[in-house]
Structures are given as C-alpha cells and as structure tokens.
Design a protein around this ligand. Sequence first.
Ligand SMILES: C[S@@+](CC[C@H](N)C(=O)[O-])C[C@H]1O[C@@H](n2cnc3c(N)ncnc32)[C@H](O)[C@@H]1O
Length: 211
Amino acid sequence: LKTELEKYLLAHTGAESKLRYELDRQTHLQTRVPRMLSGHLQGNILKMFSQMIRPENILEIGTFTGYSALCLAEGLSETGKLITIEINDELADVAQSFFEKSTFAHKIEFIIGDAMQIIPKLEQSFDLVFIDADKHAYIDYYQMVLPKLRPGGFIIADNVLWDGKVYDKRFENDADTKALMKFNDFVQNDERVENVIFPVRDGFSLIRKLS
Ligand SMILES: C[S@@+](CC[C@H](N)C(=O)[O-])C[C@H]1O[C@@H](n2cnc3c(N)ncnc32)[C@H](O)[C@@H]1O
C-alpha cells in the first residue's frame, strides 16, 4: 500500500509510459518478488538522471524484468547503447519481450549471465552504471566498474539504505545489511569519487568519479 507521501509524489510526477505500466503489471503477475522492480517514481528519477547525463554507454547490473533499463535508456545519446546483465534466465523472456516492444530495442544489449564473470570482459568505457544486483557483491561490482567509468561519469547504487537497516544497530549482524553498511563506508572513504545518498524509496547513492 502506498503512503500519503508516495501518493502525493506520484500525483505530481510525470506519467509512466504505457509500456512501463504494463511491465510493472506483468512483473506482479509473473514473478515472486515484484517489489524488486524500480517502479514509477524511482523509474522517473533514473530516466531524468540519464537525460541529464546523455550517456553514450550505460551498464546496468541486475536487469530483473527490465523496468529500470527502459527508464535509463530514455536518456541515451542518439548513438548510445545500454548493456544490462541478469543472472536469472527465467526472467529473460519477460525482459526481452518488453525491450523488443520499446523504441530502444536497437540500443539495448541484454546479457544473461553472472555479472561477476561478464563485467571483466567488457571493453568499452561507461558514462553511467546502475548497480542493482546481489547486495553482498556491491563493493566488488563497484571496484570492477570504477576503472571502466569515464572521469566525471556516474554510478547509481540502489537499496543502500536497505529499509533503514543500515543505521539500525539491531540489524548489524544481518549479512545483506552488513554488506551495504560496508559498501556505504567504502564509497564514503574513497577519494576517487564524490557521493550523495538520496533517501528515496530504498535509498540510492549517486557517485561521481573525479577526474
Ligand atoms: C533488485 S533486482 C533488479 C531490479 C531492476 N534493476 C529494476 O529496477 O527493475 C536484482 C536482480 O539482480 C539479479 N542478480 C543477482 N545476482 C546477479 C549477478 N551476479 N549477475 C547478474 N544479475 C544478478 C537478480 O536475479 C535480480 O533479478
């Protein structure tokens, strides 16, 4: 159920495209954890960031059913490309079918496999990376993609507040919470970047690589 704040925000935020609305619906019908999908508000934020950056190359780690990929693709430059990686092949059909229905089909490369194995093989440099896969590996993804990020490029890391658990001592022994606490500390102390956490939805970190 949406809070009054969420209802108000959505009532004063640009509409979701029909395709994204339908993908949200299908995700609820066809998957077990539909709340993993970014959704209307965060989707619009991702789209807006991408439109501000106008990236030539985007990398997304954790496609799920493709909702955030469709949002990020909106900002790609004319010749831009988005690579999105998903380990769960059961999600491939849903994501692929929605990519094909979108106007960005030719700009999206959908790779099924383990991002840990695939990222080292990517040769291009990226202007924007969205980290949204398994939480225990966030530092590894970050370390892997930072050298591939152009100076001045951005990483967005999702779920960094983990439902408020990262600042609640009762959860400091929970594995995913611990991993996200470590990630947030790591980024905060990394002199190669500047960063800011947005307390939207489950919290996301916007990280900019310094020159
Ligand atoms: C939170 S969901 C992504 C949601 C999607 N970005 C969105 O906003 O709609 C996380 C996804 O990461 C995938 N994942 C987990 N570990 C992975 C890995 N090692 N490589 C690629 N994908 C992975 C999961 O299967 C899951 O579909």
